[in-house]
Ligand binder design. Sequence first.
Ligand code: 5AD
Ligand code: SF4
Length: 469
Amino acid sequence: MKQQVYMQTYGCQMNERDSEEVLGMLTSQGYEVTQVPDKADLILLNTCSVRENAEDRAYGRMSELSEIKRANPNLVMGMIGCMAKLHQEKIFKQQPYVDLVAGPAELYDLPYLLAELEQKRRKVTKKQKARVMAVGRQFRPVEERPKKHVRTDGVRAFVSIIEGCDKACSYCIVPKTRGQEISRTVEDIVSEVNQLVAEGYKEVTLLGQNVNSYGKRFPDGTGFKGPLGRMQLLENDPESLVDFAQLLRVLQKRTNMPRIRFTTSHPFDANERLFKAIADCPAVCESLHLPVQSGSNTMLRAMKRGYTHEAYLKKIELLRQWVPDVALSTDIIIGYPGETEADFQRTVDLMEAVRYDNAYIFKYSPRPGTDSALKEDDVPTEVKAKRNQLLLALHDRIILEKLQAMVGSEQDVLIEGPARKPNQLFARTRGSFGVILEESDPALIGQFARVKITRTAQHSLFGTRIVDA
Ligand code: 5AD
Ligand code: SF4
């Protein structure tokens, strides 16, 4: 029987995509993926260290799973990803059941690390004593990495276009865990997307910590490097500049992927070239994730975000001129050190002004190793909780109004899969709103449909297919 691998992923979509790559690599080496940890020979937790909460959950899960190891000492348990990179020593000291640790840059070495572990285990009588730790290597050029992924969806897929982050937001650990930005080549991305089209995928999400930096640095050292504006002035031919906007146009022209999404866009780098590309490319969904983090200029400066409240709103105004119905989502941090009631109120003002279609609100947690961790985390937990509640309630109100306003409208949706209840299917609009359809035919999954929104219930939209006469 084949070796079984169980993987659990925490954190962002980049991690989900990394997990797909790791599973792709392991299955091509003879492993089989299992959803049942008790059956596994190898358990991997792909961890995240962006927020404290995800770290705590991963530690909690690891101790839960360690029960299985008691019954099966041959089991290999690994902690991989960002948190593994940051806390390698601590993990080895405090988690005796963890046999293997590998950071995001070492994921591609996993088969070697597993072989090394196996060899070590043969030499010692107590298997728990054999452990391997691989942290501290550089990222391999994307081109050298395994191409196979294990994707579970069949309709939608993630494609990585840029690794790492060159920004230095004061609260964020990502530049430390994922290193410098490196863009994948256009040819490589086009060929992966074409492969996905051939396999029947209907939607691709292009991934990067800041997709707007795409093209700044390619693996061979080329790229536009400096600020885009200056570069554009030097260029008379807009097509000669390979930036993110150009990548979208190339994908529109050279692939038949019906839907293209992308995340994340840093507001500082989101520019009119991008907005025009969204407007011009029919496959690119009218949807943008533009994390603002705070509405207070004092906080934005402390966070080193590189824009003001006013500049952010201006960008959105420009975006809406090009893409009038654009769906906007954001990330917000509550209770950054020094955040006063007045600062928080500016975030509330911004939320009311933009009326986001989706918002991820996070309570600030200091991440050791970041600049802001040196500041006192001085907003009391209760205050953070109260502001969080307030903002969530405001966002809830906005969302309910938006959903109500959509009743009676017609939408183009992609039917993604079964909904939670039987005899219902789940679909998504171009703006990323979920729509529940009273349909049960699984053949509809992966199909596009025109639907009429009939009602809302508890944050869900319901719709019926409009069948052509
Ligand atoms: N505390 C709280 N939220 C954070 N984020 C990143 N670092 C922290 C932190 N230290 C949030 C930001 C980012 C999202 C991915 O996670 O809002 O956009
Ligand atoms: Fe972190 Fe800022 Fe980079 Fe986003 S842009 S990954 S918040 S450093």
